[in-house]
Design a protein around this ligand. Structure first.
Ligand SMILES: [Zn+2]
Length: 311
């Protein structure tokens, strides 16, 4: 078994209320589908640890970590939710869930770099790619992927890592954290215009931003990946790849208007895995970001995992 699967029951404790698309049932849908399809037994199952403040500080300002942790602790004790923005609420279980989500990404990085597995997927929430160095927003509190990428660089001593983001929304938080950090190449596509309305002009030379208009379908996205991402990724020769795996560019997902289907996620994962196999001994840590149509999410995660696991 070469693929690790990290999650934690406490990732379900973060609950922003009825009708919020970023809901605990997302993880249930994934778990049910993996169980039903028998895919779960093909994966090394791990419980995510809690991230430490030191780990978070590799991607976030220490003042922000203290401030948002204080707020999360207050809400944990009082039980009264507090809104950071109209989409992003701290509730009683947010602290535990957010620390497990970032902790999963860090532990998955350790696991992959130890050689005990080739790659890993983190089925976690809250997601992370909108969380900037000093701001929670867009359902995100800590930038799980950026924390893990910096962990690989600063703790394990890697010199070059790539971040690939295929969520329908621009990963503005990740860009904010890693733009100008020449040890990281970030390649993404995202619907534009769409929340958070950024990314049209990249913030650094290490950013490969590919905005695509609403209603773009999978074939056109594949061509853009082939022509825009692949030459940069090949030239960069990353020693490890991190994936912001959002599945909200799916045709059935109502948070975006792109037209991807499971076969597109399979193809994208194969392309990412090809880069990892050629340059990085296969090393990939993939973290769940968006994906809000529960059935489409579960099916898309399953095809992503099948490619990672070589099944
Ligand atoms: Zn998204």
């Amino acid at each position: 078994m070469s693929t690790a699967f990290f999650s934690h029951p406490e990732c379900r404790l973060h609950d922003m209320g009825e009708g919020h698309p970023e809901c605990p049932q997302r993880l249930d849908a994934i778990a049910d589908h993996l169980l039903g399809s028998g895919l779960d037994v093909a994966l090394q199952q791990h419980e995510a640890p809690l991230a430490t403040a030191e780990q978070l500080a590799r991607a976030h300002a220490s003042g922000y970590i203290a401030q948002v942790s204080d707020l999360m602790q207050q809400v944990q004790h009082s039980g009264r939710p507090r809104a950071i923005d109209p989409d992003t609420q701290v509730c009683a279980g947010t602290l535990q869930a957010a620390l497990r989500a970032a902790g999963a990404a860090v532990a998955a990085t350790d696991e992959v770099l130890s050689g005990r597995c080739v790659n890993a997927f983190c089925a976690v929430r809250p997601p992370g790619h909108h969380a900037t160095r000093d701001q929670a927003m867009g359902f995100c509190f800590f930038n799980n992927v950026a924390v893990a990428a910096r962990h690989a660089l600063d703790v394990h001593g890697l010199q070059r890592v790539a971040i690939v983001d295929f969520d329908v929304h621009h990963g503005n938080g990740t860009e904010d954290i890693i733009a100008g950090d020449e040890r990281v190449l970030m390649a993404s596509f995202f619907q534009h215009p769409l929340y958070p309305y950024s990314g049209g002009v990249p913030k650094g030379e290490n950013m490969v931003n590919v905005p695509v208009p609403p209603y773009t379908r999978g074939a056109a996205v594949r061509e853009l990946i082939e022509s825009m991402w692949m030459p940069r990724l090949e030239a960069f020769r990353p020693q490890m790849l991190f994936v912001s795996a959002g599945f909200d560019a799916h045709r059935d997902d109502e948070l975006g208007q792109l037209g991807l289907v499971e076969a597109d996620y399979q193809w994208i994962t194969e392309r990412i895995k090809g880069v990892a196999d050629r340059h990085a001994e296969g090393r990939i840590v993939s973290c769940l970001e968006g994906g809000y149509h529960l059935d489409a999410l579960a099916r898309s995660v399953a095809v992503h995992l099948r490619v990672l696991a070589g099944l």
